[in-house]
Design a protein around this ligand. Structure first.
Ligand code: ADP
Ligand code: ASP
Ligand code: MG
Length: 405
């Protein structure tokens, strides 16, 4: 007998009919003789609806109360799915994050899972029940409810699979697997049969919303067998594993993209040695993630610093920079909104020089100005204007021959 963790996302549980379909899928796994833990998201767009209600009250709602609010979405689904399973003659029990022993660090809105006490889940599994766990939520040591960041139910599932030493974690969603790029935007995107943990981690971090980046991190660190597959169609999905073995290892495997990026430039930093650490330490303390960083020196010996952030963080970033103007000793601030990041990813890049060159050539031929660049061993990212994002994605997808034959 094996232990399988199944995760169903918002669209897959978006109506009573779909919840009944999920119950069927769980029954199938149970009938194959496995123990089953099911992690579910909130129904359909209900998390967005909760966010919008809060925003009607306040531009920046209290983060603790926001977690209290958002965690209710998943609680609806766990109870309904448990009832649906009962109705089909299966014994099931639903657990909120804290009941399932999911402990997190004390951060609201984007908490990391710190440990999982699986006793309660295991007890119910041994009693023969299907255990249904609310995704996206946990509890701090002080008993405060936290959430794991948008899309975080994937992370609940993979972390539980790791903690329970499950045989497999299946992520059921509204696409049939991981594609060469988002199939919602690029019609000839191709499904990958397998992708490596490292490639998937880059793709997820660079905007491929099909998996939460921390879920991939857990899968990699604990060697969880992970598959992304459709909750509607019974077809093979995409396996995420140590090495992508099942098909030819193309140099570029996928194109990821995200909009809502802002470039911030701090001009004339006179004391760049201490200013750099002050700026980035203060931003980090304010939970502001900085992505690409570029520094150049002026003829007068001062430094100009540019970095990219999510546009949502622009106001707090501006506050940090303005409140510390004296200590930082800079001349001027500049920013550009409405930017996007387009990235190509593939582990074959390590041994293939010229991939970045080709990317810039493709963008230049498409008349797309590049604003910032960053690279790692297995990816190249270019920041472009938001209006050029999809054009860039399509051109790169085509040039690196990622589409269906
Ligand atoms: P769920 O609610 O099941 O968690 P998500 O909306 O979070 O579903 O993730 C699935 C979506 O991810 C797809 O509908 C697709 O538009 C998007 N997506 C982005 N990049 C990719 C990709 N490379 N492959 C597949 N889907 C992708
Ligand atoms: N319901 C949460 C969200 O919409 C978590 C998830 O679906 O993974 O972000
Ligand atoms: Mg998701």
């Amino acid at each position: 007998m094996g232990l399988i963790v199944q995760k169903f996302g918002g669209t897959s549980v978006g109506s009573i009919e779909k919840i009944l379909n999920v119950a069927e899928c769980v029954r199938g796994e149970k009938e194959r003789g496995n123990q089953v833990v099911v992690v579910v998201s909130a129904m359909g767009k209900s998390t967005d609806q909760l966010v919008n209600m809060a925003k009607e009250i306040s531009e920046q709602p209290n983060k603790r109360e926001m977690d209290m609010l958002l965690s209710t979405g998943e609680q609806v689904t766990i109870a309904l799915l448990s009832m649906a399973l009962n109705q089909k003659g299966l014994e099931a029990v639903s657990f909120t994050g804290w009941q399932a022993g999911i402990m997190t660090e004390p951060v609201h809105g984007n908490a990391r899972i710190s440990k999982i006490n699986t006793d309660a889940v295991q007890k119910q599994l041994h009693a023969g029940k299907v255990v249904i766990v609310a995704g996206f939520q946990g509890v701090t040591e002080d008993g405060e409810i936290t959430t794991l960041g948008r899309g975080g139910s994937d992370t609940t599932a993979v972390a539980l699979a790791a903690a329970l030493n499950a045989d497999k974690c299946d992520i059921y969603t509204d696409v049939t697997g991981v594609f060469t790029t988002d199939p919602r935007y690029v019609k000839n995107a191709r499904k990958l049969l397998s992708v490596s943990y490292d490639e998937m981690l880059e793709l997820a971090n660079l905007g491929a919303g099909v998996l939460h980046p921390r879920a991939v991190e857990f899968a990699k660190n604990y060697n969880v067998r992970l598959e992304v597959r459709s909750s509607m169609e019974k077809v093979e999905g995409t396996v995420i594993e140590g090495e992508a073995t099942m098909e030819q290892n193309l140099v570029v495997r996928g194109v990821a993209f995200e909009d809502g990026i802002t470039r911030v430039t701090v001009l004339g930093l006179r004391n760049s040695l201490t200013s750099l650490s002050t700026i980035f330490t203060t931003l980090a303390k304010n939970q502001i993630n900085v992505d690409i960083i570029i520094q150049s020196t002026t003829e007068e010996g001062a430094a100009n610093l540019s970095f990219s952030i999510h546009t949502d963080d622009w106001i707090p970033t501006l506050n940090v920079l303005e409140n510390n103007k004296e200590t930082l000793a800079y001349d001027q601030l500049d920013a550009e909104n409405k930017l996007a990041k387009v990235s190509i990813v593939g582990s074959g890049m390590i041994s293939n020089p010229g991939v970045a060159a080709k990317m810039f050539e493709v963008l230049a031929n498409s008349n797309i100005p590049v604003k910032m660049v960053s690279t790692s061993e297995i990816k190249v990212s270019a920041v472009v204007e938001e209006k050029n994002m999809l054009k860039a994605v399509e051109a790169l997808h085509e040039a690196f021959e990622l589409g269906q034959n």
